[in-house]
Design a protein around this ligand. Structure first.
Ligand code: HPA
Length: 233
């Protein structure tokens, strides 16, 4: 038991998939896991453990943004001994060459959050994906014939930015997409000696203003799930 996860010790697998939306976690459990057992319902942040192709795996929602994500990831690492974490989510494209529904593997995560500035007393930490997971995810995506990009993302604290042009500065420095969790995930995984990766599908483009439909998101979500399971198992 931890403050936000009321699961007994041993109820959570060493490999876990982390969507933002708890109903996505339920959908993943129902469609990709054999014999899923629910381990959390505190705040309706559903979590499940089951098997995929014989290997034990968990899935849990973390909510949106780094403060919420951090609470769950801290407890998963510190209290449940989770070792491999794959965020499965969406990002906004910051690059004309990165199209709706493409996959983005976040090699590193810049941030406009102050969380690491506070943690590292004003100095800058460079949150990075685990190379082993990055390599596996990339190979899986290529083998599956999926359009995939590897590079830095921006983990932002604001979905609705005050300055609608701010993303262009990050884009000029090679940042591929914007999302809201990877920097904290990577930092915490490093702290606890675990491995993490953020596997993202492009849901919208800040370059063109286009966005995917719900039906399109469903199809690309399935492809991302296949890559994520190849990666953590
Ligand atoms: N901003 C932040 N997070 C996101 C976005 C975005 O435009 N799209 C998908 N996740």
């Amino acid at each position: 038991m931890s403050i936000h996860i009321n699961a007994p010790a041993g109820a959570i697998a060493e490999s876990i998939l982390l969507p933002g939306d708890p109903l996505r976690a339920k959908f993943i459990a129902e469609n990709w896991l054999e014999e899923p057992v629910q381990f959390n319902a505190v705040r309706n942040m559903f979590g499940y453990t089951g098997r995929h192709k014989g290997a034990r795996v968990s899935v849990m929602g973390t909510g949106m943004g780094m403060p919420s994500h951090s609470i769950y990831v801290n407890e998963l690492l510190r209290d449940y001994g989770v070792k491999r974490l794959a965020r499965v989510g969406t990002c906004g494209s910051l690059n004309a060459g990165i199209k709706l529904r493409d996959l983005v593997l976040a090699q590193s995560a810049c941030t406009d959050s102050n969380v690491n500035r506070i943690r590292f007393r004003g100095m800058d930490y460079a949150p990075c994906a685990a190379f082993s997971l990055l390599e596996r995810a990339h190979r899986s995506a290529v083998d599956r014939g999926l359009p995939v990009h590897v590079g830095p993302v921006l983990s932002s604290d604001s979905f609705y930015a005050e300055d609608p042009e701010q993303w262009k500065l990050w884009a000029r420095f090679g940042v591929l997409g914007v999302e809201m969790e990877a920097a904290e995930l990577y930092t915490l995984a490093a702290k606890f000696g675990a491995q993490a990766i953020a596997i993202l599908t492009v849901s919208d483009s800040l370059v063109t203003g286009e966005a995917t439909s719900a039906a399109e998101r469903e199809t690309t979500f399935r492809a991302m799930m296949d890559v994520a399971l190849d990666t953590v198992l």
